[in-house]
Design a protein around this ligand. Structure first.
Ligand SMILES: [Zn+2]
Length: 87
């Protein structure tokens, strides 16, 4: 993976989670909705997520932050077969 993800130069990695002003959570009502990039099982997503109850309010597929298309292997798996193998 080091060929895809070069060694960071900073001592700590920080993902900026920007507050989305004027938006509140539809489940708990908190006004702590943050927007940030996330690598999910299906690939990169730009999510708006409640910081209190962790509900994902919306997600879109953004441009890859790597400069090229990258999807984890899990994005190509049949979700039903993955769940069946767990049990
Ligand atoms: Zn919430």
């Amino acid at each position: 993976m080091s060929t895809l993800f070069p060694r960071p130069q900073d001592r700590e990695l920080v993902a900026e989670r920007r507050l989305v002003p004027g938006l509140s959570c539809s489940r708990c009502g908190a006004r702590e909705v943050r927007q940030y990039r996330l690598l999910r099982i299906s690939g990169w997503r730009l999510v708006r997520r409640c910081r209190v109850c962790l509900l994902i309010l919306s997600q879109v597929e953004p441009e890859s932050p790597l400069g090229f298309e990258y999807k984890p292997y899990s994005a190509y798996l049949n979700r039903k077969s993955v769940l069946r193998d767990r049990t």
